[in-house]
Design a binder for this molecule. Structure first.
Ligand code: URA
Length: 228
């Protein structure tokens, strides 16, 4: 076994055990080789090209007022052939600075969750409903969601994942076209255009409510089972 492989396994085990300890969950779960291979399996060659073109378009977007206050457009990142896609709400301060999704504190927790699932960030695709940061991290306005939601929907169409995990109220309600609260939506597979959607709590919520990490972990176990 190569040293990088060993390091990656150790990082994955460490993240997993941290999450287990913090959430008080006693049951152990690891993705099989087949599940990891399924999460990274090859998809049609046309997909990345389409995404690159969409990215160019979105980086120049001026459809709402957020274009005036953004530092960077945060298009999304990860494996364009991913079987698992995470969709959050909107970039925060760090994401706006770096132009990358989920790189602040909530992002670090999301990374831990992904690694605890036996995957790496590069295996999945991560995006947001809004591509630009709302000032002071305020909640997205309905008009901003309407102006931006087709971008993430086009990303989903091009990536064509097996499962979309929607993080928090805004992503879940946008994909499921409902106003049902996230507490009622989460934990049950729903559907968007024939793709399974697992709504769960947002990592930023988990930073404020760490006791609910075990609930999210339960939701992620359902996702891993679906990808097997
Ligand atoms: N919260 C989100 O919803 N998305 C990010 O990219 C970062 C924090």
């Amino acid at each position: 076994m190569r040293k990088e492989e060993l390091n990656s396994i150790v990082a994955s085990v460490r993240a997993y055990l941290d999450l287990e300890r913090e959430s008080g969950v006693e049951e152990y779960y690891f993705a099989s080789d087949e599940a990891v291979a399924a999460a990274c399996a090859d998809r049609p060659a046309a997909v990345p090209q389409g995404l690159d073109e969409l990215k160019k378009e979105v980086l120049a977007c001026r459809e709402c007022d957020l274009c005036q206050t953004r530092t960077n457009v945060v298009f999304g990142a990860g494996n364009p052939k991913a079987k698992l896609m995470f969709v959050g709400e909107a970039p925060g301060e760090q994401e706006d600075k770096q132009g990358l999704p989920f790189v602040g504190r909530a992002g670090q927790l999301l990374t831990k969750i992904i690694e605890a699932m036996g995957l790496k960030r590069e295996d999945v695709y991560i995006a947001n409903i809004l591509k630009c940061r709302p000032p002071n991290n305020r909640a997205p306005l309905p008009a901003e969601i309407i102006a931006c939601r087709n971008n993430v929907k086009r990303q989903v169409e091009m990536i064509n994942p097996r499962v979309i995990c929607t993080l928090g109220k805004f992503a879940s309600q946008t994909f499921l076209n409902t106003e049902t609260p996230i507490s009622a939506l989460r934990g049950i597979f729903r559907e968007y255009n024939g793709i399974k959607v697992m709504p769960t709590f947002h990592p930023a919520y988990l930073l404020r409510n760490p006791d609910d990490k075990k609930i999210v972990w339960g939701d992620m176990k359902k996702v891993m089972k679906e990808l097997e």
